[in-house]
Design a protein around this ligand. Structure first.
Ligand SMILES: [Ca+2]
Ligand SMILES: [Ca+2]
Length: 485
């Protein structure tokens, strides 16, 4: 199913050399023919999907994993919905785009992003300037279209040619009984099976692909699934009946005395709590089956317009999810592996089939990667393009990112977790909690489930080195975020 050809990355016989991200001037072409030589993008982003859950999708494996590259170490630098979405749109860390939580009331995350003028320079505007037709289908920034009296339900941000952003009257995520701003027309959806949100969005995205002859296209497909309240399509109800959440070593962690006070104070999960974890787990898997169907429909749509071989299909999530680990009945935003790790799978022109890579990549890398592959100009990004990792001969991990910043700030409308910042390498994670001067340090080689924080064993010099590197990353901007220690 793979064709070599128009890959912008090395080794695949690619005919189109990639312009460096950040190159001045746009490689845009208004001529349909030369623009069409560019690859298309279908970006499929689940919401709160953890890595474990993807093995329970049926079509993801043959259609994505077996056809492309799986990034075994992909992270959300700020592992909560809206900050991560802002990072995916801009290629920036939270400390540079300024979005730390989902917001609330008249100060929603969407409004913060809009007010700060950042919608004027996103991966959508960059790709549009480079000749792409762009379309968003699903969840945009949290609490779109805003909660204040001036909220405009017909608002369409710059950079988007086709706009199908979902919202509910409560501002919360909904699978039925919601509205879609369909290119400035607000359309209500009800409670029939045919109104199931994931299916409605798949249909719209597939139509966009089928209509898009002539110009390269960029699809941002972002269903709510499997975000709470995980609600499967009726055809998938009870598909995983009886299935319980995995009882890994961190499940309902017995001894939390190694951890900061906030976690120590969480009670152990009761059997009723655990029954709820199990129920949520299976509902989430069932909810993802409509996305699984959607992957197939979108790939068929690409095939029907003979663009499958010329399209990068990317499967990702905005953040991971905790289900019982470290006593979290459910949640994210914590610096623990299940929360910060995200699925990331890419197939496309020249991308080797069935390969897994161990390089550390993050949500801030997505926008610069798409910009490079599209020969578009990316403005002021912190992330690094992983386009070169999609070729036949990727650079070795020795030449790649050595450490990654992770950061979270306590905000109203957030998850209630204290603010923290962390530096993570393949060997360890060092976490600092600002307000309480508390620390965590996990040896990820010998303690991958983060059961015993070893911060007490760090000698003064080691601790100074770790803190200095963390501080450097917390203050980084642009190229300085990409330089190794
Ligand atoms: Ca999310
Ligand atoms: Ca412990």
């Amino acid at each position: 199913m793979l064709a070599l050809g128009a890959a912008a990355c090395g080794g695949g016989g690619g005919a189109t050399p990639a312009a460096p991200s950040g190159a001045s001037g746009s490689a845009a072409s208004s001529s349909g023919q030369s623009a069409r030589a560019k690859p298309n993008f279908v970006f499929i982003m689940a919401d709160d999907l953890d890595v474990e859950a993807i093995q329970h999708m049926y079509k993801l494996k043959p259609l994505m994993i077996d056809q492309g590259v799986t990034f075994a170490n992909s992270f959300a630098a700020t592992p909560i919905c809206c900050p991560s979405r802002a990072s995916m749109l801009t290629g920036r860390y939270s400390h540079n785009h300024g979005i730390w939580g989902n917001g609330r009331g008249a100060n929603t995350c969407f409004e913060q992003f809009q007010r700060s003028g950042q919608e004027g320079s996103t991966v959508a505007t960059w790709l549009k300037a480079a000749g792409y037709k762009t379309g968003l289908f699903g969840k945009y920034l949290n609490l779109y279209p805003g909660g204040g009296p001036n909220a405009d339900n017909t608002y369409v941000p710059p950079g988007w040619d086709e706009w199908h952003a979902v919202f509910s009257s409560q501002g919360s995520d909904a699978y039925y009984d919601y509205f879609i701003n369909e290119n400035q027309k607000v359309v209500p959806y009800g409670n029939r099976s045919a109104d199931y949100l994931t299916d409605v969005l798949v249909e719209k995205a597939a139509e966009f692909i089928k209509k898009s002859a002539g110009a390269p296209f960029f699809v941002w497909f972002a269903p709510n699934a499997p975000h709470n309240p995980a609600m499967p399509a009726r055809r998938h109800e009870n598909h995983y009946a009886g299935r319980g959440a995995p009882r890994g070593p961190a499940f309902n962690e017995e001894d939390m005395s190694d951890k900061p006070r906030y976690y120590r104070e969480q009670p152990r999960l009761s059997s009723a709590d655990i029954a709820e974890v199990d129920y949520l787990y299976r509902r989430r898997l069932e909810t993802m089956l409509a996305v699984d169907d959607g992957i197939e429909t979108l790939i068929q749509a690409l095939h029907s317009v003979t663009q499958l071989e010329n399209t990068y299909v990317i499967f990702a999530s905005d953040n991971g999810f905790l289900l019982g680990q470290h006593r979290f009945p459910n949640g994210k935003a914590a610096p623990y592996e299940e929360s910060i790790r995200t699925p990331l799978i890419v197939r496309g022109p020249g991308v080797p089939a069935g390969r897994s890579l161990s390089h550390d990549v993050a949500n801030i890398d997505l926008a610069p990667t798409l910009a490079e592959l599209a020969q578009a100009s990316a403005a002021d990004v912190d992330g690094r393009s992983f386009a070169a990792l999609l070729g036949q001969s990727p650079p070795s991990t020795d030449t790649w990112r050595k450490d990654l910043l992770l950061e979270h700030e306590l905000t109203t409308g957030g998850d209630g977790l204290p603010s923290w910042a962390a530096v993570r390498t393949k060997d360890y994670i060092f976490i600092e909690y600002a307000s309480q001067s508390e620390l965590e340090y996990y040896d990820l080689v010998n303690d991958p489930y983060q059961l015993q924080s070893r911060h007490g064993g760090l000698d003064a010099e080691r601790r100074r080195t770790l803190t200095a590197r963390l501080r450097q990353l917390q203050e980084c901007r642009g190229a300085s975020c990409r330089s190794n220690p």
